[in-house]
Ligand binder design. Structure first.
Ligand code: NA7
Length: 538
């Protein structure tokens, strides 16, 4: 390895790390990216399972910071496939000559701060170490795949796959009996594609999900040209929308519960026909009041009953135990219809739980299912999982994982007190996972790059008071909504033993951006910069 010291170490070469590298170069700072994967792409490098696709529309799920880039790149479908997004991010890496500052196949094992020198030492899994003034964790929110702890998992004689760690050479299930465990977003995208190949497919469902249709289609040359002609305005509008994508702000003033049923159903129908995540941004009370939420939930259930022929299977596929959208809403292409095929079967794990994985397949409380291959579509240790795996030590030898034992503590999701010059892109308690990730990434990267430029050789960290009030504020905002009523990965509830706390900021993308900008404008309100406390925090 060449340089042993740099201004900034960036961990991760996904959308966040690449943009940050580019941004820091513009500031004349030296930085180096360490990436565990063999190439750029982050989430889109690892998640190669069949049918993997973005749920945000292609023309919005792309960088806005280079006009040339947005004009020259053409997306082929309304919702991009993983290979196309990966091709895009590779194109970006080449076009902006980013690879020369990225070291691939290198995992960061530890990072520790030395108060005397105001430097971080970053240890790599190769045994080498480097030092830097600043460290930025651009490690992603869904980057630690979760494998469940089911007895007998090692006994299975056939191949097993985790959706988030899919083999790069692909998998051919032709003629096989395949078992899929899990029915989250990754399963819902992959099941229809796996079913096309498999001779028999058994889906093992613990909790059904709320799903809306994508209505995916090829993008026409005319609409691409039209969008490109208006790109600056579109980007500006997206940044001003609640979740950073067009149509994510609730614009209807009337409450769902005050709206006549026929009118409300017509509104849901209109959104259903449009497709995608806009569905939830209908009435103001849908996300806040259980009864109102249930009107949307019941609409989605009615659609499941229409799409699935067998009434018993349809009922099992209808989510009934938590509010719509409180687990991340899924977006599908042909998911429910797949259960109308003779070779696809649904197993309800609530009534017949898995007892163990056997040499031949999966044994539930009532029978054994024989499989040639098992797919674990069992999600991620979200938001904190990847950070927990890096031994991060701050001021006074304090470990971040220990500090966050009862849940993450950050100010604005950007930094944590006691860890000077350690920045998080799309960290917990920021709105990132509730938003168009690229809009949130760009906002974070721009704030962090500017901050690093301002701080220079000094240091910055949040005050404990600001951090505490931000954690309280985040919890308060979540408490106003129906989100805490689901055992979701937002709540850490999918990982046994993880503290149950809502890990995203629900105040919306524009409001959050205003708070971040205000802090900076006030000399980093809520932070201490090289011993000087900035203005009062929000
Ligand atoms: P998710 O949404 O966390 O889904 C994981 C699924 O796996 C979910 O249906 C789980 O059921 C199921 N699961 C997890 N552990 C088990 C065990 N032990 N037994 C049976 N079933 C299990 O992950 P995805 O990868 O689909 O999506 C993650 C995000 O990526 C998504 O929200 C988008 O933002 C993109 P459960 O619901 O816990 O009962």
């Amino acid at each position: 390895m060449s340089a042993k010291h740099m201004d900034v170490v960036i961990v991760g070469a996904g959308f966040s790390g690449l943009y940050l590298l580019h941004k820091l170069r513009e500031l004349g700072l030296s930085s180096r990216v360490f990436e565990a994967g063999g190439d750029v792409g982050g989430t889109w490098y690892w998640n190669r399972y069949p049918g993997a696709r973005c749920d945000i529309e292609s023309m919005e799920y792309s960088y806005s910071w280079s006009e040339e880039l947005e004009q020259e790149w053409n997306w082929s479908e309304r919702y991009s496939t993983q290979p196309e997004i990966l091709a895009y991010i590779n194109h970006v890496a080449d076009r902006f000559d980013l690879r020369r500052d990225i070291r691939f196949d290198t995992r960061v094992a530890a990072a520790s701060y030395d108060e005397a020198s105001n430097l971080w030492t970053v240890e790599l899994d190769s045994g080498e170490s480097v030092s830097a003034r600043h460290v930025v964790m651009a490690t992603g929110c869904l980057s630690s795949p979760n494998l469940p702890d089911i007895p007998g998992m090692a006994d299975f004689e056939g191949p097993t796959y985790q959706t988030g760690l899919w083999p790069h050479e692909g998998v051919d299930f032709t003629g096989q009996k395949v078992g899929v465990i899990g029915t989250g977003s990754s399963a819902i995208q992959s099941i229809p594609v796996i079913a096309e190949q498999a001779a028999e497919l058994v889906v093992m469902q613990r909790t059904p999900n709320f799903v809306v249709p994508a209505h995916n289609r090829p993008l026409g040359a005319d609409e691409i040209a039209e969008t490109k002609a208006g790109y600056p305005a579109l980007r500006e509008q997206a940044r001003d929308e609640a979740a950073g994508f067009l149509g994510s702000t609730v614009t209807i003033e009337a409450m769902a519960l005050d709206t006549p049923e026929a009118e409300r159903t017509a509104e849901f129908e209109r959104r259903w026909n449009y497709g995608g995540l806009r569905f939830m941004a209908s009435y103001p009370d849908i996300g806040m009041v259980m009864e109102a939420n249930d009107t949307a939930a019941e609409f989605i259930r009615s659609k499941i009953r229409e799409r699935v022929d067998d009434p018993e299977t349809a009922e099992l596929l209808c989510p009934k135990t938590y509010p719509a959208g409180a687990k991340r809403l899924c977006v599908d292409t042909g998911y429910f219809e797949i259960y109308n095929r003779d070779h696809v079967h649904l197993v309800d794990l609530k009534s017949t739980p898995i007892e163990r994985i056997t040499a031949k397949g999966v044994r539930t409380s009532t029978r054994e299912y024989a499989f040639d291959a098992i797919v674990y579509a069992t999600g991620f240790d979200a938001m904190t999982g990847t950070l927990d795996k890096i031994a991060i030590t701050g001021r006074g030898g304090r470990r971040l994982k220990a500090k966050w034992r009862d849940g993450p503590e950050t100010y604005l999701g950007l930094m944590s007190e006691g860890f000077p010059n350690l920045f998080l892109v799309t960290g917990p308690q920021s709105p990132s996972v509730i938003s168009n990730m690229i809009v949130s990434i760009e906002q974070h990267v721009e704030w962090i790059a500017a901050c690093i430029g301002d701080v220079g050789d000094g240091w910055i960290e949040p005050t404990r008071e600001a951090e505490k009030s931000w954690v309280d504020h985040t919890n308060f905002m979540a408490g106003l909504t129906v989100y805490p009523y689901a055992d979701s990965w937002y709540m850490g509830a999918n990982i046994p033993g993880k503290p149950r706390i809502f890990m995203a900021y629900l105040g919306g993308v524009p409001g959050y951006r205003a708070i971040c900008e205000d802090s900076r404008a006030k000399g980093y309100a809520g932070f201490t910069v090289s011993g000087e406390t900035g203005g009062e925090s929000v």
